[in-house]
Design a binder for this molecule. Structure first.
Ligand code: G6P
Length: 607
């Protein structure tokens, strides 16, 4: 949540780097933005409500400056407006902040008593004043940061400029991510690697309770005892292209089109000639007799698909929990529990807190993560990386699909261990797995067919998604995708539950998207679809080639989307595509900001 970028360098390029960096970080928040630069020895701050292009319009990009910090905001304390946007400035301190300061009211009271006056509604201004106050007392910048760290509770990463030092950027972090990137005669700070990929791919990860001083020539990092420490320099493996639109109108569409490759790259880490290779190439799952899956948002929905598959085929119980609930409730894990944390960013605050809670309960933890070296990846006992590459669109598509694939592979792995998948079955599964990228590409090629369905539903206020079992889990993701980018109210319902209240909302022409891919319960779902059809609903059926043979001539739907049939482990990866493409097109027809939906952010690093 919120993006930070900072530059210090001989090339006096700060404005250019800050704006490019902020554009790449916009997925972290985009309700306001600002920069602070060294303008001939004085701090110049320019801020704007709205996205980075609005800020850019206010800037004179010809200004040369050796040092600056920038920020794109996702409002937590105080509404999104120019006044509340970062950088904040109090006394000698200019600062950008990512995170939440939990005890800011207490600190504010103290600072008001000391004579400070506050002009914004933010917690960040309080941190700025606190650092100013401590610096006035200590006149020692490192010590100031350490003392501030001792007082401030919550999560934070700060980029700081001290008025009396226009050669160095200072930075410190607690739970919010921060990297220091290394260039030629110039160095950078950022919340995430994509922000600096245009300039360098070398970076250092700042850890919790570490401090750094960065100038054009060198970077010095200190631990919590203020002892200088050596840090490993990492090289980002991904290419810049993955973080670009490549001619697509929106990142979301580009990222859906990445799915065939993402699926291939993800499974080929574990499997080549024989599916049982999976057992050797993944962490050993043999000791576990129950699994907790903890995640937020779409990652939680991926977890629900995983639950269905693991329970059905590996025959062990799986508990799927929202991380924000898990962290505050009683859990029943033991040494035979594997707790799986699913997170694209690896930085989601609730999922990170859930991981730490699980570790305190002495259960083994496994992260399913996209962003390499992110906090959850580093702190989990084991990590499996999905190979989605940078995902920029706030509404996840390719990362969700790769999470689903990873959980399917875990289900297969555990099913082989438990003796529930035979050698022959494993061979067939491998054939299907290898066919997946082409099948996915084939569905994406049918986009125009789904666009026609979008035309039928985009002008409605409410849409319902129905399904049973795994199709219910997919309905939930389809419904979330639609509402988050098109702002149409939508609900996903377990098909059998509808008649316990919600069916009263079905009127003539209410759009219902019904998913029927499971041949064990298709007839049950079809009777529920008939119930809504009888009440006038406009039904779009999503089904498989196999089941279509049975329902081809039926009259309980108004139109249908037929996806190729594959085995149950991989079917969700095909079924989800029309739902992703449908949401995209509906949002487009409604003229919404597809990659940056209102009020949302991609990486939710606050509770
Ligand atoms: C945000 C994003 C969602 C994502 C969720 C969890 O709400 O908008 O797309 O599913 O966070 O994020 P994570 O990075 O932990 O997968």
């Amino acid at each position: 949540m919120c993006g930070i970028v900072g530059y210090v360098g001989k090339n006096n390029n700060s404005l250019h780097v800050l704006i490019e960096g902020l554009k790449s970080l916009e997925y972290r928040g985009y309700d306001s933005a600002g920069v602070a630069i060294n303008d001939n020895g004085k701090i110049k701050i320019i801020k704007s409500e709205g996205n980075i292009s609005k800020l850019e319009n206010k800037l004179n990009m010809d200004i040369k400056s050796n040092l600056g910090i920038g920020h794109t905001r996702w409002a937590t304390h105080g509404k999104p407006c120019e006044n509340n946007s970062h950088p904040h400035r109090v006394g000698k301190i200019t600062l950008v902040h990512n995170g939440i300061i939990e005890n800011y009211e207490k600190i504010k009271k103290y600072l008001i008593d000391c004579g400070y006056i506050f002009k914004t509604d933010t917690d960040t201004e309080i941190a700025c004043a606190l650092i100013d106050k401590i610096y006035n007392e200590t006149n020692d910048k490192l010590l100031t940061m350490k003392k501030a760290n001792e007082i401030i509770e919550g999560s934070f990463a700060f980029g700081i400029i001290f008025d009396d030092d226009m050669e160095n950027i200072y930075t410190m972090r607690k739970d919010s991510p921060l990297i220091i990137a290394l260039g030629e005669n110039e160095n950078y700070i950022a919340s995430d690697v994509p922000a600096i990929l245009k300039f360098t791919n070398k970076y250092i990860l700042l850890e919790k309770d570490e401090y750094a001083i960065i100038n054009e020539k060198e970077v010095k990092v200190y631990d919590n005892n203020l002892k200088e420490i050596e840090k490993q320099v990492n090289t980002y493996e991904g290419s810049m292209e993955v973080a670009m639109k490549n001619g697509y109108e929106h990142f979301m569409l580009k990222e859906i089109n990445d799915e065939p490759k993402v699926i291939l790259d993800t499974y080929k880490q574990f499997v080549n000639n024989d599916l049982s290779e999976i057992i050797d190439n993944m962490p050993d799952l043999s000791k576990y007799d129950n699994i907790d899956i903890v995640a937020c948002g779409s990652a939680y929905h991926a977890g629900l698909v995983g639950k269905s598959l693991i329970e059905e085929y590996a025959n062990i119980p799986v508990n799927v929990e929202l991380a924000s609930e898990y962290r505050y409730k009683k859990n029943f894990c033991n040494e035979k529990t594997l707790t799986i944390l699913v997170s694209q960013s690896g930085e989601t605050a609730d999922t990170l807190a859930a991981l730490r809670k699980a570790k305190n309960s002495n259960t083994d933890t496994l992260g399913i993560i996209n962003v390499v070296s992110s906090s959850i990846a580093r702190e989990s006992d084991n990590v499996l990386y999905i190979k989605a590459g940078a995902e920029i669109s706030v509404a996840t598509t390719k990362a969700y699909s790769a999470q689903v694939l990873m959980l399917s592979l875990i289900a297969i792995n555990k099913s082989i261990i438990n003796g529930n998948i035979s050698k022959d079955e494993a061979k067939d599964l491998l054939k299907d797995l290898k066919k997946l990228p082409d099948d996915i590409a084939g569905i994406i090629d049918r986009k125009e067919e789904f666009d026609k369905v979008a035309e039928q539903i985009y002008d409605n206020d409410d849409v319902f998604f129905l399904g049973r079992g795994i199709d219910y889990a997919l309905s939930m993701e389809g419904s979330l995708k639609l509402k988050e980018i098109s702002y149409i109210h939508s609900e996903a319902y377990a098909a059998g539950e509808l008649k316990h209240g919600t069916i009263s909302l079905i009127e003539t022409k209410t759009p219902v998207i019904a998913i029927v891919t499971d041949d064990k319960i298709d007839e049950k779902t079809v009777s529920n679809i008939k119930e809504v059809k009888a009440r006038g609903a406009d039904v779009t059926l999503i089904t498989t080639e196999e089941l279509n043979k049975k329902y081809d001539k039926s009259d309980f739907y108004d139109r249908k989307i037929v996806v190729p049939s594959t085995n149950r482990f991989f079917q969700p990866l095909l079924t989800i595509l029309p739902l992703q493409l449908l949401s995209y097109e509906v949002a487009k027809l409604r003229g919404e900001s597809i990659d940056q939906p209102r009020n949302l952010a991609k990486s939710v690093t606050v509770e």
